[in-house]
Every structure is written in structure tokens, then in C-alpha cells.
Design a protein around this ligand. Structure first.
Ligand SMILES: [Zn+2]
Length: 314
């Protein structure tokens, strides 16, 4: 599926959802009409609504009918309440109150549709955003025992609060395994996804695989496969340095990805077990200097008990 087809598909799903909600409300009304007292009121409501259509909306006649309708509505509700009928089932229930599940608000694509399309693109790309941690589930005790992690945690929180307007929108977390890097990355990803940002979270291994897949695919499919990596508001690359290096292609792909995102001012967070020197050795200076570009990047070393939050590197 290309991007256009994905949008069509998501719009179709919204249409279906809306129809189902309308059918459910009609079925509930049919149920309510089995109560004779209510049916009598509902018949009057229907007749009045037909009359209302004949008058100018602002006329005194229309105002009078509206008054009667409001009165009948009140009575109808009282009857249903008396019969212990769940009134809420009569309303059409929409998941998105902004667009009523139409996907558009005043002709502009709604956040809900945007989010669904982004998730479908991520899925199609072969990546998954299934994450275990978020800020609300973090272990207070672990944080209390580790002041440095706690500091990085507070920093991450602030990063999310300010997103996408952080002056330094790129972060690099580096340090040993088990120092909390992935935990914090997942917290950030989850928090920003909750705020409906387009976030792609992936290991360097999967990103490498996806890019190779894209470049081996027909040209017409390539852009769709690569879209999440190149277009997302935030790309998180976990575990840079653990992916196999297929020589030039891995390096070229990685450089293109980092370079393009920086050119388009799109945020990126990278975690790695490698030190900046080791990054230089493995990927070369071109990638290292982009990755640690001081103007737009904050580097956070995770040094176990000596975790410090600082901006440095060159
Ligand atoms: Zn919506």
C-alpha cells in the first residue's frame, strides 16, 4: 500500500466506525420505543421535527416548536429513567469529539486521522512501537536510589513538555548496558505518542533492515517504506552500534537518514553503548560529527553510578 492508499483505508475505517455508532444508536431508540409511554412522546417529537423543517429557522413559529421539543425531550428522558433505561445509549458515540469520526475539522485533517495514518505507516514499515515503560509507570524507588538517572529523567520530562520546540532537539544517550537508556527512551516515546506526535521507535538493527528492504523494493514502494524514518516528528534509534555493518550501504543509509532529518529540522534521539570515539572508529567522522552536532544536540552520558547530564562532545 502506498501512502495515499493508507489514508483511504483509514478513512474507510472511520466511515465504518461512524456507521456502526449510528446503527447502535438507532437500535437503542427502537428498544426505547417498546416502552409505550415513551413511544407516544417520540411520535410527537417526530411530527414536530417534520413541521419545524417547514419554517424559517429564526421565525417565531420555529422558536415555539423548539420550545415544545425541549419540553418533550425532558419528559421522554424522565420516562426512560423511570423504566431504568440507559439514556446514554441513545446518543451516537464518536471516538473523536473533535471531528465526530469524520477525519476532518473545517476541511483540515484531524489529529485522530493523522495519528492513525502514522501508525499504519509505521506498521507497514515493519517497525513496531510496542513499548513497556512510560513516565507514569516508572519506579520511584529506582529513581530515588539513582540521583543521576533521576536528573536525566527530569530532563526527559522537560524535553517532552517543550517538544517540538526544544532548542537542542537531538539527544544522544551513551553508556553501558543496564544504565537506564532504553527505559528513558521508551518513557519519552510513550509520552510524545500520547500527545499525538508522530514518533518512530526502533533499534538500529531494524532500521538498517528496513532501509535495505526499501532499497531492494520497487521504486514506487520505496518512499512509503521509508516515510516513517524520514518524516516522523521524532525518530528514536535504540542501540546504535549493535547492527551488522554491511559495509558501505549501512554507512551511506545511516548518513543519509541523519543528514536528511537534520536538514528538515526533525528531532532524533539515539542511544548507544559506544563512546563518541568508538562511534568515530565504527562509522567515521562524517556520521560522528552529524550525530554529536553541538548546535542541535545534547549528549547525555549514562555512566552507571556516575550518570551525569551534560552538554559536550565534539
Ligand atoms: Zn478526529
Amino acid at each position: 500500500m502506498n501512502k495515499k492508499q493508507i489514508i483511504q483505508d483509514e478513512l474507510y475505517k472511520l466511515d465504518l466506525k461512524r456507521s456502526q455508532a449510528e446503527i447502535a444508536a438507532v437500535a437503542a431508540l427502537r428498544c426505547a420505543r417498546e416502552i409505550a409511554e415513551f413511544r407516544e412522546i417520540d411520535d410527537k417529537v417526530r411530527a414536530l421535527k417534520l413541521q419545524l423543517a417547514k419554517f424559517e429557522p429564526n421565525s417565531t413559529k420555529a422558536a415555539d416548536i423548539k420550545k415544545q421539543l425541549a419540553q418533550l425531550d425532558k419528559q421522554g428522558k424522565q420516562i426512560l429513567k423511570k423504566h431504568k433505561f440507559d439514556i446514554s445509549t441513545l446518543a451516537v458515540k464518536h471516538d473523536c469529539p473533535k471531528c465526530n469520526d469524520t477525519g476532518f475539522v473545517d476541511g483540515v485533517i484531524c489529529d485522530c486521522l493523522k495519528h492513525n495514518v502514522q501508525q499504519a505507516l509505521i506498521k507497514q514499515c515493519g517497525l513496531n512501537n510496542k513499548l513497556n515503560f512510560d513516565f507514569s509507570k516508572s519506579d520511584e524507588k529506582v529513581l530515588a536510589d539513582n540521583p543521576q538517572l533521576s536528573k536525566a529523567y527530569r530532563f526527559a520530562h522537560k524535553y517532552c513538555e517543550n517538544f517540538p520546540n526544544n532548542k537542542e532537539s537531538n539527544l544522544v544517550f551513551y553508556g553501558e548496558v543496564g544504565t537506564g537508556k532504553t527505559f528513558l527512551l521508551e518513557c519519552i516515546a510513550n509520552e510524545l505518542m500520547k500527545r499525538l506526535n508522530y514518533v518512530v521507535f526502533s533499534t538500529a538493527y531494524d532500521i538498517n533492515k528496513t532501509m535495505i528492504k526499501a532499497f531492494n523494493s520497487p521504486f514506487s514502494e520505496r518512499d512509503t517504506i521509508l516515510a516513517p524514518l524520514f518524516e516522523s516528528d521524532l525518530l528514536i534509534i535504540d542501540d546504535l552500534g549493535t547492527e551488522p555493518l554491511y559495509h558501505e550501504s549501512t554507512l551511506t543509509n545511516l548518513f543519509t537518514l541523519i543528514n536528511e532529518r537534520q536538514r528538515n529540522n526533525l528531532a532524533m534521539i539515539v542511544s548507544t553503548n559506544l563512546t563518541p570515539d568508538q562511534i568515530n572508529e565504527r562509522y567515521g567522522n562524517r556520521i560522528k560529527s552529524r550525530l554529536f552536532n553541538q548546535n542541535i544536540t545534547i549528549t547525555i552520558p549514562f555512566l552507571g553510578s556516575d550518570l551525569r547530564l551534560k552538554k559536550k562532545m565534539s
